[in-house]
Ligand binder design. Structure first.
Ligand SMILES: NC(=O)c1ccc[n+]([C@@H]2O[C@H](COP(=O)([O-])OP(=O)(O)OC[C@H]3O[C@@H](n4cnc5c(N)ncnc54)[C@H](OP(=O)(O)O)[C@@H]3O)[C@@H](O)[C@H]2O)c1
Length: 336
């Protein structure tokens, strides 16, 4: 048996039963699966969205969490990329049991080698957000890494995804990087990550751009509150620019982009695994490439807070902070 943190009902996070420590059977690796002993996890907004909205079948426990670093304990018969004992990191698959458990099954094609220079906790901060940021920049918007020296605006840049996206944009492209933050601590955090200019998303973006004499951005990546910012994005983005978003606006009218012929890009980090796309091994490649960037000292971890051991109480605290929309970087938990 293994420890897991799970729920049966969709409850508010201040209810102790919203996330509980339970004992579940250890799964068995088959096919291309690795059985990973989870050493550290991080928490993402998708966790609380699922916890609030998806109820398991009566009597079943739902284990969520999609960010982990750990050690391969067992491999399925079709595994070719990893061996028992390898240290790995991954985000996982939204349609399968999550990483808030001592052991987890994950398809090797969406797993990478853990950076050697990071602890398990420092590593667990990164997989989901890195895959999202990388896929948005290079697979969806197709930023030319060598030749594109235009500018990018990242809205909600001090959160989990933004903290790695601004680093990839700064270190792996020639783009000028403008990030938004609204509080002193998130503004300082973004400056430390190397952005060229921080603007405040509580003010009108067009007024912030005028205040700092910034030219309208060629790329805009909206990570948070896209519905709230869309009119200002339409105003400031350059003609023939590219706009991307990753959050969940209820409705998003992109017609105002027509005059400027702005293209719209949606990124969902889970698409490749959910649909078992032919290129799902790209996530293995992205995680390995990022591990190299980290071990070379080019990209840094994005841990904003370490909440201690992996238990129900600490995980509930982490969900509560994320639900407040005031995260800075990532929250990690380490060791059962
Ligand atoms: N599609 C995908 O593949 C994918 C992947 C990852 C995440 N997501 C989704 O993308 C969103 C962002 O994820 P995340 O992990 O980066 O979230 P996060 O870490 O919770 O983001 C927190 C940040 O949001 C900023 N923020 C708060 N209110 C804002 C507003 N009104 N306008 C702009 N920024 C605001 C805060 O900045 P201040 O404190 O400075 O105000 C804070 O730094 C979530 O909805 C998540 O579910 C989607």
């Amino acid at each position: 048996m293994m420890k897991a943190i799970a729920y049966q009902e969709n409850l508010s996070i201040d209810n102790e039963q919203s996330l509980q420590m339970v004992e579940l059977p250890v799964p068995k690796a088959t096919g291309k699966d690795l059985l990973v002993e989870v050493k550290a996890i991080s928490v993402n907004p998708v966790d609380f969205k699922i916890r609030q909205g998806r109820k398991p079948a009566d009597g079943e426990w739902k284990v969520i969490g999609w960010d982990a670093a750990g050690i391969v304990k067992e491999i399925g018969p079709e595994v070719s990329l990893f061996n028992v004992g390898d240290e790995v990191w991954y985000a996982g698959d939204l349609t399968r049991s999550g990483s808030n458990a001592e052991f987890q099954l994950v398809d090797e094609r969406i797993v990478g080698r853990k950076p050697k220079s990071l602890s398990f906790g420092e590593a667990a901060a990164l997989p989901l957000t890195t895959l999202t940021a990388w896929e948005m920049l290079f697979d969806r918007m197709e930023v030319d890494r060598e030749n594109d020296d235009k500018s990018i605006l990242v809205i909600g840049a001090a959160g989990g995804v933004g903290s790695v996206l601004v680093q990839l944009a700064k270190k792996r492209t020639k783009l000028k990087v403008i990030g938004t933050a609204s509080r002193p601590e998130t503004t300082t955090w973004l400056a430390a990550l190397g952005v060229d200019q921080v603007v405040n998303h509580r003010n009108k973006l067009s007024e912030e751009f005028a205040k700092y004499a910034l030219e309208g951005p060629n790329y805009v990546v909206s990570l948070n509150a896209t519905e709230q910012h869309i009119d200002e994005i339409v105003k400031i983005i350059q003609p023939q620019g590219k706009f991307g978003f990753i959050d969940d606006p209820k409705v998003l009218n992109v017609m105002p982009f027509k005059t400027k012929a702005v293209s719209t890009h949606i990124e969902l980090m889970f698409t490749r695994s959910m649909f078992q796309t032919e290129d799902m091994i790209e996530q293995h490649n992205i995680l390995n490439a990022t591990a190299d960037l980290i071990d070379e000292g080019i990209i840094q971890t994005t841990v904003g807070a370490h909440f201690g051991k992996i238990n129900a109480e600490n995980l509930r605290k982490a969900h509560a902070l994320l639900e407040s929309h005031k995260a800075k970087g990532k929250i990690v938990l380490e060791g059962f």
